[in-house]
Every structure is written in structure tokens, then in C-alpha cells.
Design a protein around this ligand. Structure first.
Ligand code: KMH
Ligand code: ZN
Length: 275
């Protein structure tokens, strides 16, 4: 089986220090969490950034500062900025970090409820606009899908030329408004993507480790981190994103799946031809 790519989603846009005091806001805190994750085996850092008071921002200078600072201490890591940002941000704000020519960025492929009164809006035209921009700037999209219909949207836009082969998906399982985090649904998602596509899995909340364990067995990749879950197990907060990555490595090792280095991840995802 292919080596395992571990993504650390260290910050997110919605989780706060009230959920876990180690959630990073400042540049220093973001770099600390990235480095702890990288040292434990993460090859991709999925990045949201915050102002020092914790409010989410898509400010290009903040992204630049954080990306450069992460690269200073995690030399070969792949930094994957979010174009999802936070619920309610405009498209103009959200797309900003793509202008920094990252190797990858997220491309959210549909609209869904996002808990309470929140709706995460990604119209077809938005997805086309973001997809086109990523092709222009040679940025590989990680196709974020919160439900099966979003896979179908991505496949349609792939046929129309807005998303290039070889497609890489992130199945986000268990958002309150998206597909449930069950084994049945994860297998359904995996069976719905093209044979040559790659996928990673993000389980929200308590489903994080169950979902990644199944992904490891199915030949998929995994994402852990505070964006999706702040606990090691019920009632025990993770001290850092590094601890969550360490647990993912432990599970993978027990299941005899080797961990990919960042350069091996580049090979698997076809990023080398983009450099
Ligand atoms: N913060 C969520 C509304 C992404 O990074 O592309 C969207 C999100 C997805 O986190
Ligand atoms: Zn995100």
C-alpha cells in the first residue's frame, strides 16, 4: 500500500481557546503547532490563520508571515492554505492565499449547513472561479467534500476543465449538516471517486480516530488536528496538534502502514511536476 500522508489541520477558523487552550492564534503559536505536528510525522499543514485576538482572517500578509515562518522551521513541509476561511467570508477574501503560489490549497465543492444557523456557501460559480484560479497559478486543489453530492459536483467540474486530474479529495465526515461519520458512508465516498484519485479523511469530533483508522485500512490518507477535534479521547484534551499526529502514527504503525515524508507525499500527489 502507498505510504500514508498525514495532514495536520492545526488551527481551523471556528475552534477557540475555550475549546482547548492550545488552539493557536498568534504567528508564534501557529509555528509551534506546525512544528510539533511536522516533528511527529505530518507532511502537510492545512492552514487557517487568525488575528492575535483569535478572530479568523484571510489576510494575505498574515498568511505570508505564517507560511514563511513555518517553512523556516519545517523546511520541506507542504503548506496547504484554506480557501474556505470562516463561514460568512466573501469569495474575494477567501481566495487571497492562493496568490502566494502555495503547492496546494483547499477547494470546497458545495454548500452545506455548518451547525446552528451557519451555512457554508460554495455555489457552482464560486467553485468554478476558485478552480480556474488554481489552474492558472498551478496550485493543486485538495477537493473538500462534506457530502456525496459534492463529489459529483467536483467530477462534473473536472469534465468541464475547472479541476485538473489527478484529483485529490478530502472527505470531511461528521459536520453537523454534512455526511455522517460512519464506516458505511466512508466506503460509499471512497467508491464514488475515480479509480486514479487519492483521498484523505477528516473525522469531526469524536469520530476523528475511528475515521482515520478505516481510511488507513482502505488505502486512503488522514487528517487530524484541532480544526476537527481537540480531544485525545473522551474527556482528555490534546496538549498539542503534535499529540494528535503522534496518535495517528501509532494507529498507522499498528496497522503496518508506513508514514510518507513530505517529498514522498509530493510524489503521491503529483506535486513534483508542478514545481
Ligand atoms: N471553516 C470552514 C467553514 C477549508 O478549509 O477549505 C471551512 C473550512 C474548509 O475549513
Ligand atoms: Zn479548513
Amino acid at each position: 500500500m502507498e505510504k500514508l500522508i498525514i495532514t495536520a489541520a492545526i488551527c481551523g477558523a471556528e475552534v477557540t481557546k475555550d475549546h482547548n487552550p492550545s488552539v493557536p492564534y498568534t504567528v508564534e503559536e501557529i509555528v509551534r503547532e506546525a512544528k510539533l505536528s511536522y516533528d511527529e510525522g505530518a507532511s502537510i499543514i492545512h492552514l487557517h490563520v487568525r488575528n492575535d485576538d483569535g478572530t479568523p482572517t484571510q489576510d494575505i500578509n498574515r498568511f505570508k508571515e505564517c507560511m514563511n515562518a513555518i517553512k523556516d522551521v519545517c523546511k520541506d513541509v507542504i503548506v496547504q492554505p484554506s480557501t474556505g476561511g470562516a463561514v460568512g467570508m466573501t469569495n474575494d477574501e477567501r481566495i487571497k492565499p492562493v496568490n502566494l503560489y502555495p503547492e496546494m490549497a483547499t477547494l470546497d465543492c458545495g454548500t452545506c449547513n455548518f451547525g446552528g444557523d451557519n451555512v457554508f456557501i460554495n455555489t457552482e460559480n464560486t467553485i468554478k472561479e476558485f478552480g480556474k484560479k488554481m489552474i492558472e497559478l498551478n496550485v493543486k486543489p485538495e477537493i473538500e467534500v462534506f457530502d456525496k453530492g459534492m463529489i459529483d459536483m467536483a467530477l462534473r467540474l473536472n469534465k468541464k476543465g475547472f479541476i485538473k486530474d489527478k484529483m485529490h479529495f478530502n472527505f470531511v465526515m461528521g459536520v453537523n449538516g454534512g455526511i455522517s461519520a460512519t464506516y458505511r458512508d466512508l466506503i460509499f465516498m471512497k467508491e464514488s471517486i475515480p479509480y486514479d484519485a487519492t483521498f484523505t479523511v477528516s473525522g469531526i469530533g469524536r469520530s476523528q480516530f475511528e475515521m482515520i483508522a478505516l481510511s488507513i485500512l482502505l488505502g486512503g490518507h488522514v487528517r487530524v488536528g484541532f480544526e476537527d477535534n481537540v480531544y485525545m479521547k473522551k474527556g482528555l484534551l490534546a496538549k498539542s496538534n503534535g499529540e494528535l499526529v503522534q496518535k495517528a502514527v501509532r494507529i498507522a504503525t499498528e496497522l503496518q502502514r508506513e508514514i510518507a515524508t513530505p517529498n514522498e507525499a509530493r510524489e503521491i500527489l503529483g506535486l513534483k511536476s508542478r514545481l
